[in-house]
Design a protein around this ligand. Structure first.
Ligand code: KIV
Length: 265
């Protein structure tokens, strides 16, 4: 696989070609996903739950993200690699720069940060200092204690307007990619059309430019609770490689996510 860059993602958006992405946290899975030509991997702070067994992403540290980024990069030298900045590691623009430097030096191509228009200054500063930024709005798991749980966001017209305005403000500040999590299908479509940058959805319906799944959700490793947007691709394929390939095929064909994996509205 030739090295994937943001330029590829922008081109795919302009051509209407859907793309798949997955989380990865170690060398072996990163290599396996790269071998299946999954173009974008995320070292997500979901590792706090999937790898460390916590009940939220809040305990994850920058040291954790640096450690996992280094090993994912070893397995997937050519993917576009996103790394989350964890809870409270970008509370100020200056902190964001210091911590972004650490994950970029560990091998990330861009950092992902959760939040709306309050991050405009941070996005501007990071971008000016050569750190590409992926935003993350909708259900932002680091805010679980504000939300009081993991619920669908943007269900009222007022909340939908707020999310659209957040996305536009972050794009104007320099954000180059956006993750939209757990929002109604129609809102995801509206935001995807309003932005010129690529939008990746999770629980956001079929109309975003790309899709992402937590890798354990893609192969049916759960702790009992299965999110509505998850799909186990291993059952019908029989191997993790083929599951990843089938996930990518269904995303590109527009058959995943289906209505049963999405939120109406
Ligand atoms: O941390 C993570 O895995 C994420 C994805 C759910 C997008 O942010």
């Amino acid at each position: 696989m030739a090295a994937i860059t943001l330029k590829n993602l922008r081109q795919w958006k302009s051509e209407g070609q859907k793309f798949a992405s997955l989380t990865a946290y170690d060398y072996s899975f990163a290599r396996l996903f790269a071998d299946q030509e999954i173009p974008v991997l995320l070292v997500g702070d979901s590792l706090g739950m999937t790898i460390q067994g916590h009940n939220s992403t809040l305990p994850v540290t920058v040291d954790d993200m640096v450690y996992h980024t280094r090993h994912v990069r070893q397995g997937a030298p050519d993917v576009l690699l996103l790394t989350d900045l964890p809870f409270m590691s970008y509370a100020t623009p200056e902190q964001a720069c210091q911590n972004a430097a650490r994950v970029m030096q560990a091998g990330a191509n861009m950092v992902k940060i959760e939040g709306g228009a309050w991050l405009v200054e941070t996005v501007r500063l990071l971008t000016e200092r050569a750190v590409p930024v992926c935003g993350h709005i909708g259900l932002t798991p680091q805010s679980v204690n504000i939300f009081g749980g993991y619920q669908v966001q943007g269900k009222t017209e007022q909340q939908a307007e707020q999310l659209l305005n957040d996305a536009l403000a972050l794009e104007a500040a320099g954000m180059q990619l956006l993750v939209l999590e757990c929002v109604p299908i129609s809102l995801a479509e509206r935001i995807t059309k309003a932005l010129s940058i690529p939008v990746i959805g999770i629980g956001a319906g079929p109309h975003t430019d790309g899709q992402i799944l937590v890798m354990q959700d893609m192969i049916g490793i759960t702790s009992g609770y299965v999110p509505k947007f998850a799909k186990n691709f291993l059952t019908d394929t029989g191997s993790i490689s083929q599951a990843a390939a089938e996930y990518q095929r269904q995303v590109q064909a527009g058959t995943f996510p289906g209505a049963e994996h999405s939120f109406k509205g």
